[in-house]
Design a protein around this ligand. Structure first.
Ligand code: MTE
Ligand code: MO
Length: 429
């Protein structure tokens, strides 16, 4: 059993598969703090977890290979003692984050782990800049700027066989902040997150942040691995013939957001300033969640709709210390919203409403976007239960925003599920 030596995991992580271990951060922990605690950071492993003692870790060798085939070796000790340490607070998000929303929201299955909104986390990473190591190994970054570089890609290989690559431009960009990290939130990297060394590629899909890193290879080609060439790409919703070679590998992430908490409160007389303009009774609702965009683009606004997308208000972006690195923003933003859903927004399915709950408590919500078919009958006909969808979407600093429907961006691998996050809320009217 290659997984026999896998580490112990926190029981609150939501396990999707055990061997290899894939587990998401629970919703509450996504919004409870700006920095995700190490033990609740989501885990995405394609294989087993390499095991090194502390001594083996210090002696762990990173081999850097230049385009002419020459190599230079660095032990972890070398990296820690001979180069300036840099700390970067950055999100990692799997390309499959919210995949289950895409499957349910488009009524079309997708291949892959059916993540909810927890295949994303935020941490402060300690390490050395990849650009410093490449310079020390003898690579001249000026050749990238003047277009004479032989190397177009930096390939990363992990000890267990996983590999992927990033464009050389990102690797040598002084504002790229690509790290070779040995620390996570002030502690050595946990085994699940790459002990003793991993790459951290801020703003890019987490598949490029290679754990248990042992080789860095400069090449005119992308990593030959299946995870670079035959995975982590998107195709059109109705494209039947896919040409893996033609589609670019996902690198920078698009804008994303999710609702991680919903609480219904009392019935109140509605605030006159509500966008619906209604002054009838309304149900208090408190929402929270995260928003993030790739490429260092910061989220500038999160919009909330309490009536399934007809009218919108703005959420509060929390004053979390936003680490801006030369104008780049690698972290998520947390947001909160307090509002009231007007009575008339709650609909029964017969009204063409958002669905009909029969078997849950008053203040619970049903996750995702799945709607029951209109012709579905319900056992509990006495219920006055009415439902509506609350929805959110984020906009980043270049005014990219999230698409309305998953159907529009559906792809069979279920990558980059970034449609509005809709959550059904129900109450007895
Ligand atoms: N690196 C190695 N060596 N092996 C892996 O399976 N998975 C990748 C990336 N790096 C992976 C890897 C993927 S797809 C993701 S989403 C992130 O690691 C997850 O990082 P985490 O487990 O620290 O959250
Ligand atoms: Mo991933």
């Amino acid at each position: 059993d290659p997984f026999a030596d896998d580490p112990m995991r926190h029981p609150d992580l939501i396990t999707r598969t055990l061997k290899p271990r894939n587990a998401e951060t629970p919703e509450q922990a996504l919004s409870a703090q700006f920095i995700t605690p190490n033990e609740l950071f989501y885990v995405r492993n394609h294989m087993w977890v390499p095991k090194l003692t502390a001594d083996e870790a210090e002696a762990h060798v990173l081999t850097v290979e230049l385009p002419d085939g020459t190599t230079k070796e660095y032990t972890l000790r070398d990296l820690k003692t001979k180069f300036a340490e840099k700390k970067i607070t950055a999100v990692l998000q799997c390309s499959g984050n919210r995949r289950s929303h895409m499957s349910r929201g488009s009524d079309r299955a997708t291949n892959g782990l059916q993540w909810e909104a927890g295949a994303i986390s935020n941490a402060t990473w300690e390490g050395v800049l990849l650009a410093d190591i490449l310079a020390d190994a003898g690579f001249d970054a000026a050749t990238v700027r003047d277009g004479t570089s032989e190397a177009q890609h930096v390939q990363f290989s992990g000890m267990e066989a996983y590999g992927s690559s990033i464009p050389i431009k990102k690797a040598v960009d002084p504002q790229g902040d690509v790290l070779l990290a040995y620390g996570m939130n002030g502690k050595p990297l946990p085994r699940d997150h790459g002990y003793p060394l991993r790459s951290i590629v801020p703003g890019h899909v987490a598949a490029r942040s290679v754990k248990w890193l042992s080789h860095v290879t400069l090449s005119d080609e992308e990593s030959p691995s299946q995870w670079q060439r035959k995975d982590y790409k998107c195709f059109g919703p109705n494209q039947t013939k896919v040409d893996w070679e033609k589609a670019p590998a996902i690198q920078e992430m698009p804008v994303q957001s999710a609702i991680t908490g919903v609480k219904l409160g009392e019935w109140t007389a509605q605030d006159q300033s509500a966008p619906s303009g209604s002054d009838g009774p309304a149900k208090e609702v408190a929402l929270n969640g995260y928003a993030y965009s790739g490429g260092g683009r910061s989220v500038i606004r999160v919009d909330v709709s309490l009536d399934d997308g007809k009218t919108w208000s703005q959420a509060n972006l929390l004053p979390d210390q936003e680490s801006k690195y030369d104008g780049k923003s690698w972290s998520w933003k947390r947001w909160t919203f307090n509002g009231a859903v007007p009575l008339e927004a709650f609909k029964t399915p017969e009204d063409g409403g958002a669905g009909h709950e029969t078997d849950e408590d008053k203040n619970t919500i049903r996750r995702g976007t799945a709607r029951r078919p209109a012709n579905e009958t319900t056992q509990n006909t006495k219920s006055n239960r009415r439902c509506t969808n609350v929805a959110i979407k984020a906009t980043d600093e270049v005014y990219n925003t999230q698409p309305e429907s998953h159907a529009a961006t559906w792809n069979f691998r279920g990558n980059l599920a970034t449609a509005w996050h809709r959550v059904q809320v129900c109450t007895d009217c």
